[in-house]
Design a binder for this molecule. Structure first.
Ligand code: CO
Length: 421
C-alpha cells in the first residue's frame, strides 16, 4: 500500500490511536515509510550498503533517512521520543486482596498520578517468546482500572489534595476472585495464540482506551494520550516523507528514541550509540571528515512545550507564554537544559519564515526548574548544533493531554522545509 505524506489532523489522530506504546509508534511510522518507498534495513546490516531512502526500526527506536545525490558533507536531523510516562506491568504481576484481583505495575517516568484514576485501561507492548521471536501485543479491551476512593470515604480530599502512594494506591484491579500466580501470563498468551510456557519475558504497559479527539466548540484543540511526544514523532516522519531527495550534499535523518522520560540512558535512548552508528555508516570518508561533517550539521530536537494555563498564568515567565495554534515553540534555557544556541535558533527561525509558519519562544521562570529533553543529550554526544522546539500543550504527562489542533501540522511543515533546504 503506497502512502503519501499526510499533514492533516486526521492523519495525526490515526498515528496517535495506533501509537499505544513505543513499539507500536515505531511499527506505525515504519508502515508509513514503507508505503512511501523507504527500504527497511537493520543495525546488523550497517556495513552492507545502506539504501538511499531507508529506515531501521528496532523495538522503541526508529531511524530513517534520505540521502543526497552527492557525497554527504552534512546532516540535518530531527530527533523526538517515542515513549510517554505510563504504568508498566511488573514481571510477577499477579496480586490482589479481599477478593479483588490486581496487576502489579511499575511507574514509568513522571506520570501525573491522579490522571490514571478511573480510566478504562488496555494493555500494549512487546513480548519475547522462548524461540527469540518478538511480538507486539495490543489488547484493546477495558482490562483494568485504578478506582479512586469514594468521596464519602475520603471526606477532606478536595481541600487537602489527593495524595497517592505510588506503591499502594496505583495497583489496578482487573477482576474478582482469588488471584493465582501465572494468571496474567496466561491471559497474555491467549491473546498471542501461544501457550503461557512459550512466553519468555515482556515489556507491557497500560494505556487509556479513549481515542484521540478534537475538542472545543470550534474543534480547535486536540485531546489524546501521549501527545508528548507522538506529535513530534508524527511531524518528523511525515515531514521526512514530504521532502524530495536532496540534490546537494545534505542527508536528512529522523531519530525517534525510546526512554526519554527516564533519562535517555539506554541502548535505544538518545544517550545510547545508535544514532552515531547510523551517521557513521551513512557517511563515506575518513573519521576526521566525519567529524567535519558533524560540525557542519544541525539538529532539531522536537518535544512538546508548556502552553500557558489560563488558571495558572503565574507559572510562566510573563513575556514568554506560549499559546496553542500560534506555531511551534522555540525553547531556550541559559543553563543548557535546552540545547538552543543563537546559531541553532537562527536556522530554525529562518526555516519557519521560509515555511510561512509563525513561532513562539519559551523560557522558564527563574523560580521554576526547567525541564529537559533529548536536545542537550544528542548535541553533547555528537557535537551537532541543536535547537529545542516543540508544540505547545497543556497537561503534560497526564494520561490525557491537550494541544492545538493546528500546531502539529505547522511543525511538520517546518520540518519538511528544513529537510528541503
Ligand atoms: Co517529551
Amino acid at each position: 500500500m503506497s502512502s503519501l505524506p499526510d499533514l492533516s489532523v486526521d492523519g495525526l489522530i490515526r498515528h496517535l490511536n495506533a501509537s499505544v506504546s513505543p513499539a507500536h509508534s515505531v511499527e506505525y511510522s515504519a508502515s508509513r515509510l514503507l508505503g512511501a518507498g523507504f527500504v527497511e534495513t537493520s543495525f546488523a546490516s550497517l556495513n552492507e550498503g545502506l539504501p538511499p531512502q531507508g529506515f531501521i526500526a528496532d523495538a522503541g527506536i526508529l531511524l530513517a533517512w534520505k540521502l543526497p545525490q552527492q557525497a554527504i558533507r552534512q546532516f540535518r536531523i530531527v530527533g523526538a521520543h517515542t515513549d510517554s510516562p505510563c504504568l508498566k506491568v511488573k514481571p510477577l504481576p499477579d496480586s490482589g486482596a479481599f477478593g479483588w484481583k490486581q496487576i502489579g505495575v511499575e511507574v514509568y517516568g513522571g506520570i501525573l498520578n491522579n490522571s490514571w484514576l478511573d480510566r478504562d485501561l488496555g494493555l500494549a507492548g512487546r513480548v519475547v517468546l522462548n524461540d527469540g521471536s518478538v511480538q507486539n501485543v495490543r489488547i484493546d479491551q477495558a482490562v483494568a482500572r485504578i478506582p479512586q476512593l469514594a468521596i464519602h470515604l475520603d471526606r477532606d480530599v478536595n481541600d487537602r489534595g489527593l495524595v497517592l502512594d505510588r506503591q499502594v494506591h496505583l495497583s489496578p484491579i482487573w477482576g474478582l476472585g482469588q488471584y493465582r500466580p501465572g494468571e496474567f501470563s496466561e491471559f497474555l498468551a491467549e491473546h498471542l495464540s501461544v501457550s503461557a510456557s512459550e512466553i519468555s519475558f515482556w515489556d507491557i504497559a497500560l494505556f487509556d482506551l479513549t481515542p484521540a479527539s478534537l475538542l472545543g466548540h470550534d474543534q480547535s484543540l486536540l485531546a489524546s494520550g501521549r501527545l508528548d511526544n507522538q506529535v513530534s514523532c508524527w511531524a518528523a516522519t511525515e515531514g521526512l516523507m514530504s521532502t524530495s531527495a536532496h540534490s546537494g550534499d545534505t542527508a536528512s535523518v529522523i531519530a525517534l528514541f525510546d526512554h526519554e522520560e527516564v533519562g535517555s540512558e539506554s541502548t535505544h535512548g538518545a544517550a545510547g550509540p545508535r544514532l552515531a552508528w547510523l551517521l557513521e555508516a551513512l557517511h563515506v570518508g575518513t573519521r576526521t571528515e566525519f567529524h567535519e561533517a558533524l560540525s557542519r550539521s544541525h539538529c532539531i530536537s522536537a518535544d512538546n512545550a508548556h502552553a500557558v494555563h489560563p488558571n495558572y498564568p503565574d507559572r510562566h515567565e510573563p513575556a514568554h507564554r506560549p499559546l496553542p495554534n500560534l506555531g511551534p515553540v522555540l525553547k531556550v534555557n541559559a543553563n543548557q537544559r535546552y540545547a538552543t544556541s543563537p546559531e541553532s535558533a537562527s536556522i530554525f527561525l529562518q526555516t519557519c519564515d521560509l515555511a510561512g509558519v509563525p513561532h513562539q519562544v519559551f523560557v522558564s521562570k527563574n523560580s521554576m526548574p526547567c525541564g529537559s529533553t533529548i536536545g542537550p543529550i544528542t548535541s553533547t554526544q555528537l557535537g551537532i548544533p541543536t535547537v529545542d522546539v516543540g508544540v505547545a500543550q497543556l497537561s503534560m504527562h497526564s494520561a490525557r493531554e491537550l494541544c492545538g489542533a493546528n500546531d502539529p501540522a505547522l511543525l511538520a511543515r517546518v520540518i519538511a522545509h528544513y529537510f528541503a533546504v
